[in-house]
Write a protein that binds this ligand. Structure first.
Ligand code: MEV
Length: 437
């Protein structure tokens, strides 16, 4: 039987679930039971979730954890983290506690510029489009007046517009490259609305332009869209302390730890295979907080990795070095975040997370999120250069393995005790459960 369907989106939610579970699952009744059980008991909450996307049939849960004891610019925070990876929240909490005793984290927004582009084709000369752009620039900006009025009240709006000649890349290809300040919103809708308005004004001005008419020249808009590459929407997070205060591992001096740490970061700065994993560790912290606060983690991921390649080869986002008697560890990342609009105020748990953070504005949220990335990176490298990553990982993963085996509460308790002093592996846990039925 064909699994194609017309008009699926018009079916009711119950009808959608029935169709899917009957068409795609061996045991349709069981599949329906599972997916239905992931709907919220409170109809109002469930309805708000259903309205986030098309064809919603259930909720996909991630654990929401919290990492306490963060001191950021002298203020105390508990960070909300939505993530499935077992060891991430524990690692963040450990790093937070460690640095709270050593002056805490410093974090600072360096810039908040967002970018949008109108990509178009023009079949005249560069001089002609250049002259036309100079003549029409103000009219193009003015055409967005009603869209930007509220943003301008919040000190935001369009902060720059330039014509870029890209005809060396593709014949007749030009761009209007715009910069924006979007205050406390991430700004995607605002930017895209402004761009589409400017594109339409550009096209109609070109149609009425006498010189273009005579020579039958035209502008063809290809697309208008914000860029998720935001190398001027940057935040810097940092920790520092005297080198001797890093003597945390038995048998390792502060200098030995710091030197090995700096070497590990240097490897990530020079070697792309390592850099990708190193930066993935940073994103463990960043994404968890971004998801918890209802921000767009795909946009941030895309922008961060492009930024990591900005010098021509993929490199570490963090730096570690000595400064006098201090060990310094820094992270600079592009983060385009919002605290108004989007899901931040619609998703009850995103709202809750924002309250947990003390209702930060967008700049403060950028500072907190960068710290989560730096903390995670510190925890990962510290483990890698000392005990190795598996010890902590497998300890946290033990419960997942026990759950996969359907272990009883008594078996779990026994296993937790046993594996305090034994190495965790899938087969070791399987054997343990066999001999402790
Ligand atoms: C695992 O999710 C993240 C790490 O691989 C990061 C790193 O290697 O730096 C531990």
């Amino acid at each position: 039987m064909s699994k194609k369907i017309e008009g699926f989106s018009k079916l009711s939610k119950a009808e959608k679930i029935n169709w899917i579970t009957q068409m795609h699952f061996e045991d349709g009744t069981k599949a329906k039971e599972i997916v239905t059980s992931y709907n919220h008991a409170n109809d109002k909450i469930q309805k708000s979730h259903d309205e986030f996307i098309e064809n919603a049939i259930a909720n996909y849960y991630l654990p929401l954890g919290v990492a306490p004891n963060f001191v950021i610019n002298g203020e105390e925070f508990t960070l909300p983290m939505a993530i499935e990876e077992s060891s991430v929240v524990a690692a963040a909490s450990k790093a937070a506690k460690f640095w709270a005793l050593r002056g805490g984290f410093k974090s600072q927004v360096l810039d908040t510029q967002k970018i949008g582009q109108i990509h178009f084709l023009f079949d005249g000369t560069t001089e002609q489009i250049d002259t036309f752009f100079k003549e029409t620039k103000q009219t193009l900006i003015d055409s967005t007046a009603s869209l930007t009025v509220n943003m301008r009240k919040r000190n935001g709006g369009i902060t720059g517009i330039e014509l870029r000649d890209k005809s060396d890349l593709i014949d007749n290809y030009y761009q209007l490259h715009l910069s924006f300040e979007t205050a406390d919103s991430m700004g995607a809708n605002f930017i895209n609305s402004c761009l589409e308005q400017i594109a339409s004004t550009l096209q109609s001005l070109a149609k009425d332009h006498e010189a273009f008419k005579i020579q039958q020249l035209s502008i063809e808009i290809v697309m208008s869209i914000l860029s998720n590459f935001v190398p001027q929407c940057l935040v810097k997070a940092e920790v520092r302390c005297p080198i001797d205060r890093l003597a945390i591992e038995e048998g390792m001096t502060g200098m030995e730890f710091a030197s090995k740490f700096i070497r590990a970061v240097e490897i990530a700065s020079k070697e792309p295979y390592r850099a990708v994993t190193h930066n993935k560790g940073i994103m463990n912290g960043i994404d968890a907080l971004i998801i918890a606060t209802g921000n767009d983690f795909r946009a941030v991921e895309a922008g961060v990795h492009a930024y990591a390649s900005k010098d021509g080869s993929y490199s570490s986002l963090s730096k570690a070095f000595f400064e006098g008697n201090d060990f310094v560890f820094q992270l600079i990342v592009p983060l385009s975040l919002g605290t108004v609009g989007g899901l931040t105020q619609l998703h009850p748990l995103a709202k809750w997370s924002m309250e947990l953070l003390g209702h930060p504005n967008a700049k403060k949220l950028m500072e907190i999120v960068a710290v989560a990335g730096l903390a995670q990176n510190f925890a990962a490298i510290s483990s890698l250069i000392t005990s190795g990553i598996q010890k902590g990982h497998m300890k946290m993963h033990l419960l997942n393995i026990l759950n996969q085996h359907g272990a009883t509460p008594i078996q779990k308790e026994k296993a937790m005790n046993f594996f305090k002093t034994h190495n965790v592996s899938y087969s070791a846990v399987t054997d343990f459960l066999k001999s402790n039925p």
